[in-house]
Design a protein. Structure first.
Length: 135
């Protein structure tokens, strides 16, 4: 049974979190762009569900292509995430609230920054281990 806390699994989980946060940022930015669009309904990604889906998928070892004519393996590093329309309150113009959208943007930014900082610290630890192991 593989160790769920191994460096490879942790790095993969952090990379998935960063990728999902980037995709969610694009959707939230689109919502902000459409703030003045009549009848627009905000879209979003459920981060917890997307992460569970990314962590639950079996990861396979990537195969090396020894010849350019060989068929490449689709690694699927970008999980397929389908945004959904949110239920909102009709404000007389559209279904969006700028306060809710900005709260989601702030929450998503925190998730992205935390995952990125954690990944950078893991890499710094690996570099230190390699440097000290060479002595």
């Amino acid at each position: 049974m593989p160790d769920k806390l191994s460096l490879r699994n942790m790095s993969s989980a952090l990379e998935s979190a960063i990728s999902i946060a980037q995709q969610r940022h694009n959707i939230i930015s689109s919502n902000i762009s459409n703030l003045e669009t009549p009848g627009y309904k905000a879209k979003d990604i459920d981060f917890k569900t997307a992460m569970a889906q990314a962590l639950g998928s079996e990861s396979t070892t990537a195969l090396a292509r020894t010849n350019a004519g060989h068929i490449g393996q689709n690694t699927g590093s970008e999980p397929e995430i389908e945004p959904f329309e949110e239920d909102g309150e009709w404000n007389g113009f559209n279904w969006m609230s700028i306060d809710k959208v900005m709260n989601k943007m702030t929450e998503n930014n925190l998730i992205y920054r935390t995952a990125t900082e954690t990944l950078l610290r893991k890499i710094a630890i690996m570099k230190e281990v390699i440097r000290e192991g060479g002595r």
